[in-house]
Design a protein around this ligand. Structure first.
Ligand code: FPP
Ligand code: MG
Ligand code: MG
Length: 325
């Protein structure tokens, strides 16, 4: 019973902190004009999993002591950076929907959407400066990885480059990097040892990859993401299930391959490709790979001290695999 009470108290304290972060996110999005404030709050208000803030808060449990304000600042920096990147991402992906609402590029056009992303990134930069030079440097390096991952995705594999290796590098850079940084920020503000920071960095990078691989599967399989299914497909971004289809394709896959090589901007053609993919064994193989990597992430946590924070991180390894939105 004592342990149960302890776990409940822990869960309450995590929720309290995340509530504070929620309010501060909206405050950080306040601008000089009503238009910019509204546009900058658009994606924040639509909700979100707040996966990165959660990781900051959980990681902050692995050091001797964490000042609450610094945990909140760290959470704000990583979530604002993430949200900023989504404004840009939706322009690049020509996405219509985000978190169940029309994307910012649809509401205000590409130029405003891009500038609002920059605005939120500027807010993140402002807040990270309060945490000190080490944090600013990490934030800058993470930003560089995000951008390089996103560019690599756009240009695709170069001559002689293995498409699967290319894809995994994109995923590590565009998603693993910021999630790893979230875990490191949390442990750093808590004054955790270097070894603990390194463990959490490796865990963050791996669970971040699992998160994106799983996102890429549900882009194909789920109708409840608040985004348009098949966006990666339509944009010609080959994700893990597609790469596995291509690796193992046989005569029965002729129509699917034909569709994958064609222009999928037409809704009916896209639906046909999605339907064929959903019942293709490559999707299950992709899921198996995601489960394997999630187990790998969980194993990285082994050396950390037992307690509610470690249990919560272990639970994350399961929920990232089973999520459908
Ligand atoms: C979502 O991928 C996109 C990312 C994880 C990274 C995007 C990074 C940038 C645009 C560069 C960084 C820019 C700033 C301002 C920090 P996705 O398209 O697969 O995911 P989705 O399904 O959610 O659209
Ligand atoms: Mg996208
Ligand atoms: Mg994208």
């Amino acid at each position: 019973l004592a342990e149960e009470t302890r776990n409940e108290e822990f869960a309450d304290s995590v929720r309290d902190l995340l509530d504070v972060v929620e309010g501060e996110l909206l405050a950080a999005a306040e601008a000089n004009t009503a238009l910019v404030t509204e546009a900058a709050r658009h994606i924040i208000s639509a909700g979100g999993k707040r996966f990165r803030p959660l990781l900051v808060v959980l990681a902050s449990q692995f050091g001797p002591s964490a000042a609450r304000d610094d945990v909140v600042r760290s959470a704000l920096v990583v979530e604002l950076t993430h949200v900023a990147s989504l404004y840009h991402d939706d322009v690049m992906d020509d996405a219509r929907l985000r978190r169940g609402s029309p994307s910012a590029n649809v509401r205000w056009g590409n130029s405003v959407a891009i500038m609002v992303g920059d605005f939120l990134f500027a807010r993140a930069s402002d807040i990270v400066s309060e945490l000190g030079t080490d944090f600013v440097r990490m934030q800058a390096r993470t930003f560089a990885r995000l951008v390089q991952g996103q560019i690599a995705e756009s240009v695709g594999p170069q001559d002689g480059e293995d498409p699967l290796q290319h894809y995994l590098q994109v995923v590590a850079d565009k998603t693993g990097s910021l999630i790893a940084t979230s875990a490191v920020f949390g442990s750093k503000v808590a004054g955790a040892d270097r070894e603990v920071q390194d463990i959490l960095a490796a865990f963050g990078e791996e669970i971040g990859m699992v998160f994106q691989l799983s996102d890429d599967i549900i882009d194909i399989t789920s109708d409840e993401t608040g985004k348009t299914p098949g966006t990666d497909l339509r944009e010609g971004v080959p994700t893990l299930p597609i790469l596995l289809v291509r690796q193992s394709a046989d005569a029965g896959d002729a129509r699917l391959l034909e569709l994958l090589d064609s222009d999928l901007s037409d809704d009916d053609t896209l639906s046909e490709a999605l339907a064929l993919l959903r019942r293709h064994p490559a999707v299950e193989r992709a899921r198996t790979e995601v489960r394997r990597r999630a187990e790998q992430a969980r194993a990285l946590l082994e050396p950390l001290p037992d307690g509610p924070a470690k249990s919560a991180l272990q639970d994350l390894c399961d929920s990232v695999v089973t999520r459908s939105s």
